[in-house]
Write a protein that binds this ligand. Structure first.
Ligand SMILES: [Zn+2]
Ligand SMILES: [Zn+2]
Length: 259
């Protein structure tokens, strides 16, 4: 029994790690096609991003593996497989609830980690990428990875969700995590700058967080940022910042918020 739980943790770690390598790799490849040279001269940064991300995969794998094992072996969780177990309208509602809950958790834990002490201990790793690349999606210090690892495994005990709908949530989480860091906007301007973009977070919004730090803390939605007055609007991309300027920026701390 213990062996089965351990195997489940190992399997989940491998799945999360491979998922990261495949999705980040695909968008890094797309970046090379769309904006050749955007990641030039950043091999060392990318190596660090991959190292931290794979460590995060191992941390995410622990609660996910235990919960997956408990679900299969003991019927834990409210994940269901029979499509008729809940009305069809629950599918989109459950997906939205998971995203809203994740966004809320992320906003407040992320904002807390910008307090100077927690920033130094944990969140500085994520901001060491200046600017981040598609490989930075899970580039977190282990303390931060732990806060990120717990929410979805906890939600499956609270909110019923079809296993395929959970797959949709995880796919959105993975793709947005990667694309929000890849250094260019893949969504069309009508979406990013239109009415939907006022509420949805894409790369242009998160880029501003990585540039200005104490704003734009959200994950999927701008709701909390707008409510709490931390939304500073969209950033813009300077695709070919000279290396010297990047090196200068990388040498400093969090600008203007040192203590
Ligand atoms: Zn980020
Ligand atoms: Zn941050």
């Amino acid at each position: 029994m213990l062996l089965a739980a351990i195997l489940s943790v190992v399997a989940m770690t491998l799945i999360v790690g491979l998922r990261y390598l495949i999705v980040s790799g695909a968008f890094a490849f797309a970046t090379g096609r769309r904006h050749p040279g955007l990641y030039a001269g950043r091999r060392a940064q990318i190596a660090r991003e991959i190292g931290w991300s794979l460590a995060s995969a191992a941390i995410y794998g622990i609660p996910a593996g235990i919960v997956a094992w408990g679900w299969r072996e003991h019927g834990w969780t409210r994940i269901y497989e029979d499509a008729g177990a809940m009305p069809l309208w629950w599918w989109p509602v459950s997906i939205l609830l998971y995203l809203l809950a994740h966004d809320t958790w992320f906003y407040w834990t992320h904002r807390a980690m910008h307090a100077p002490r927690l920033f130094r201990i944990a969140h500085a790793v994520h901001h060491a990428s200046r600017p981040p690349t598609a490989w930075a999606a899970m580039s977190f210090h282990p303390w931060e990875a732990i806060t990120g690892a717990l929410l979805i495994p906890a939600l499956v005990f609270l909110i019923p969700i079809h296993v395929a709908a959970l797959g949709v949530v995880l796919a959105i989480m993975t793709i947005m995590g990667v694309t929000n860091h890849m250094g260019w906007e893949m969504f069309p301007a009508w979406l990013v700058h239109g009415p939907m973009g006022r509420w949805l977070i894409t790369a242009s919004h998160h880029q501003r967080h990585h540039r200005d730090y104490r704003c734009n803390y959200g994950l999927y939605f701008r709701f909390w940022d707008r409510l709490c007055g931390t939304d500073k609007g969209l950033g813009s991309f300077a695709p070919h910042v000279p290396r010297a300027a990047r090196a200068h920026a990388a040498a400093g701390g969090e600008p203007g918020h040192a203590a």
